[in-house]
Design a binder for this molecule. Structure first.
Ligand code: IPM
Ligand code: MN
Length: 394
């Protein structure tokens, strides 16, 4: 089968450690199937900026755009690394790609595997059966409260003059005022919501009742952008009569997500709400070390663990590589569906099964799941399981 060009952006802190584990999974697939991956590693991030004066080498954005089939990003963020304008150093990479490649959906699955304790009490108590948390949140990824920052980052990544929103005045506010406009467009909402309904068709419905359900999470009782988002949701939903429509305000959703996660199947929401709610979602699946994501558009995609660079854990080979391994799982599913290669979709499922088997065995867990095993040993353990499955199948 065809080869795929994969660009690896390790980034900062623990991102570099988990990127190695993502690559180990790619190598394992390559060694046990006839799928080949041409991997290119590009150094980048906040620390790279402090060392070199560049967030990444010139031409990197174009390489990701023109010579890459899928991207893996470790994490961006280094303590004290800010650009002269105050923006996050490394933002050209994460935000520049989200906006510059028009990756309008940030797809974040939230699934509690058997053998993994959720973190609702910050401890290791089990409230739900593992099967009760299995949903996917789609966070709009190009507009909303991040819009200006995203545009600015994409402009910088492509060497264009950086966008600044028009100056605005606010009646009743005096002195210095800082603001982030929150534009929400109908077209931007529509494509995100449509992807949500399409993803629902590939899933098994909500854990509680098996009903295929898409929940629209907004604050349409107060904000205009959310009113447009919800109206667009209803229009899109009309084309999917077999899927249940569901609504919630973001504040109430925070409660229901914690109290009744089994109600949720697919959730669509705006940018900032998705950023916040998926961190809570991560708590339900055993912590940030378990949270994978895909930034997906019509022509490009990048996959990243949600946890960030976690500077205080960096350099200790201790963080959980599963968020990254599951991001590769999402990458295989994406590449497989995009190229009509069912075998690669199957490889994605086999990564999921390898992770599930590893976790079910209850040994060799990283510190965040109550174990003492290192990042690389967990990565290796899962790769060994995957290799065995692949050799049996192919
Ligand atoms: C995330 C992160 C990013 C975001 C940061 C690093 C800019 O929190 O991917 O959720 O806010 O989107
Ligand atoms: Mn976040």
């Amino acid at each position: 089968m065809g080869d795929h060009r994969i660009t690896i952006l390790p980034g900062d802190g623990t991102g570099k450690e988990v990127a190695v584990e993502a690559q180990r999974i790619l190598d394992t697939i390559q060694n046990h199937t006839n799928h080949g991956f041409e991997q290119t590693v590009i150094p980048c991030g906040g620390e790279h900026y402090l060392n070199t004066g560049e967030e990444w080498a010139e031409g990197s954005f174009e390489f990701c755009r023109d010579e890459t089939d899928a991207i893996f990003l470790g994490a961006i963020g280094h303590p004290g690394a800010r650009l002269p304008n105050g923006d996050l150093a490394g933002g050209s990479v994460i935000l520049g790609l989200r906006s510059g490649l028009d990756l309008y959906a940030n797809v974040r699955p939230i699934k509690l595997y058997e053998g993994v304790p959720h973190k609702v009490h910050g401890g290791f108590r089990q409230i739900w059966e593992p099967g009760m948390v299995d949903m996917t949140i789609l966070r709009e990824n190009t507009e909303g409260l991040y819009h200006a920052l995203l545009r600015r980052s994409a402009d910088r990544a492509q060497g264009r003059p950086e966008y600044e929103p028009e100056a605005m005045s606010f009646p009743g506010l005096d002195g210095e005022v800082a603001y982030d406009p929150r534009p929400i467009s109908k077209a931007g909402s529509e494509r995100l919501i449509r992807m949500g309904f399409d993803i629902a068709e590939t899933r098994n419905g909500a854990p509680a009742d098996g009903v295929r359900r898409v929940s629209c999470i907004d604050k349409s009782n107060v904000t205009r952008g959310c009113q447009l988002f919800r109206r667009t949701f209803d229009e899109v939903a009309a084309n999917y009569p077999g899927t249940e429509k569901d609504y919630g305000y973001i504040d109430a959703f925070m409660q229901w997500l914690t109290r009744n996660p089994e109600h949720y199947d697919v959730v669509v929401t705006s940018n900032m709400f998705g950023d916040i709610s998926t961190d809570l979602g991560a708590v339900l699946q055993g912590g940030m070390g378990m949270a994978a994501s895909g930034n997906i558009g019509d022509d490009h995609a990048f996959f990243e663990p949600v946890h960030g660079s976690a500077p205080k854990h960096a350099g200790q080979n201790k963080v959980n590589p599963i968020a990254s391994i599951n991001s590769i799982q999402m990458m295989m599913d994406y590449l497989g569906r995009k190229t009509g290669d069912d075998e690669l979709v199957k490889v994605g499922r086999m990564i999921d099964e390898s992770v599930a088997d590893h976790l079910r065995s209850g040994t060799e867990l990283t510190y965040d799941l109550g174990g003492t095993t290192s990042c690389s040993a967990v990565g290796e353990g899962i790769a060994v399981r995957l290799a065995a499955k692949l050799s049996e199948e192919f």
